[in-house]
Design a protein around this ligand. Sequence first.
Ligand SMILES: [Zn+2]
Length: 115
Amino acid sequence: MHEYSIVASLIDRVQQEATAYEGARVHRLYVKIGELAGVEIDLLKTAFDTFRERTICDEAELTINTVAPIWACPSCERSVERGSILRCDSCGRPAKMTQGDEIILERIEMEAPDV
Ligand SMILES: [Zn+2]
């Protein structure tokens, strides 16, 4: 399942970050997901709950922030309304999505033991 591979790579990233801090405990992950990223948020949460066991994210919570899609003209940078024809109304070029399809690990909340 798509969501499982996303979770796997998120946890990989966290693992990499956390290796710098011996014995670090991860409390929370903040993930930004575009509404058009093709991710089922509920499935992602389920995948995370299943997958985190016996990883560094064992006790971590997952916070997901969704991002509404925005389109803009690639040449004159005018924004193009959602729902309308996705084409710039001043120069006629097809609009490009500037946000709304991302999957980003924004922040990791963790606690490192005192050195
Ligand atoms: Zn334009």
